[in-house]
Structures are given as C-alpha cells and as structure tokens.
Write a protein that binds this ligand. Structure first.
Ligand SMILES: [Cu+2]
Length: 179
C-alpha cells in the first residue's frame, strides 16, 4: 500500500515535471519567434513600389507589402512630403454599376505570412493636394507607420500611367467623401 502510494506520488511528480518542461519549451519558442520581428516594421517588406506622375491635384502610389510574421499587421498612416495629405484608399462598388474610392476603414491590414497588393483600380495610397508636380523618373520618399508606432520608409519611382485616369481626377469620385 505504502509502495503504491509512493509510486503514484512519484508518477504524479514526474508528470508535473514533464508538463513544466513542455510549458517552458513553448515559452522559449514563442519568445524566440518574437525577437526576430517583434516590431511591426521588422516584419514588413515593401516591393514593386511606384507612384503615378501628376502635374497637380491628386495621384496615387502602389506597392506590394509582405508580412513575414505570424500576426496581422495594420498600417495606421502613410506620409510623403510630395502631398499635403496621404490617405489609404479602397475601391468599392458605388451601387450604380461603377466604382468609387474611399478611405479604408482602420487602414490596410497585411495578413500574417501574407501580402497586400496595392494596384490601380484597387487599394492604393492616395496623394492629395500636391504642392508641386510629381514628374516621371522622380523618386518619391514615403513613410508608413504601423500600429505599434514603428515605421518603414521607401522610395517610389514616378511613372507615366494612363489607366484609371478617371479614378484619380480631382473632380471625379472623390467629391462628396467629406473626409
Ligand atoms: Cu483614392
């Protein structure tokens, strides 16, 4: 009887020890994963970035944003000295067969281990009230800020682009956004 109780106790103890070791290992792995890209900015890579050349008014910038981390990462703001205001826009149905752009609620979210492709006719950085022309071949510097306050900077080359012209016209769909 006494032996059996002793045996049970030591089994319980070794089970508890095993559990503790497993928990410790999980904690170590979790921490190890976090140190490589603990800041949002460290997990984001920007590629294929460009901006549409424009003489005045507004234009748009495009890029592919990749997130190497295991968590979704949100862009809370974007900035460039080439525009007085920079917004994050999405393109949606306007209910009458066309499309309209509007500010993306909460900003762009780059999914864990995934990408967001900003392309003409889809999501884009909207550059409003250009203080001076953005000319073809010019490099435009951008800074994007993430939810944790970290930032990523990138240079986007200005290109001529005729597609989706109507979408970016100052008198077009942006009127009535009220923002
Ligand atoms: Cu827009």
């Amino acid at each position: 009887m006494a032996i059996r109780r002793l045996l049970t106790r030591s089994l319980n103890r070794s089970a508890a020890l095993t559990a503790a070791v497993i928990l410790l290992l999980i904690a170590l792995v979790a921490c190890g994963g976090e140190t490589s890209d603990s800041r949002d900015a460290d997990a984001i890579t920007v590629s294929d970035q460009w901006v549409k050349a424009a003489d005045s008014g507004m234009t748009a910038a495009f890029a592919t944003l990749h997130n190497s981390s295991d968590r979704d990462i949100r862009i809370v703001s974007a900035h460039t000295a080439a525009a007085r205001t920079t917004e994050m826009h999405e393109v949606v149905d306007n209910g009458t067969g066309g499309t309209t752009m509007r500010q993306k609620d909460g900003g762009f979210v780059i999914p864990a281990k995934g990408s967001v492709n900003l392309t003409p006719g889809s999501e884009h950085f909207m550059l409003m009230e250009l203080p001076k022309p953005i000319t073809t071949g010019q490099n435009v510097a951008f800074t994007i800020r993430f939810e944790d306050g970290s930032t990523v900077g990138f240079q986007a080359l200005a290109r001529d682009f005729d597609g989706n012209q109507e979408n970016y016209a100052p008198d077009g769909e942006h009127e009535g956004m009220g923002k």
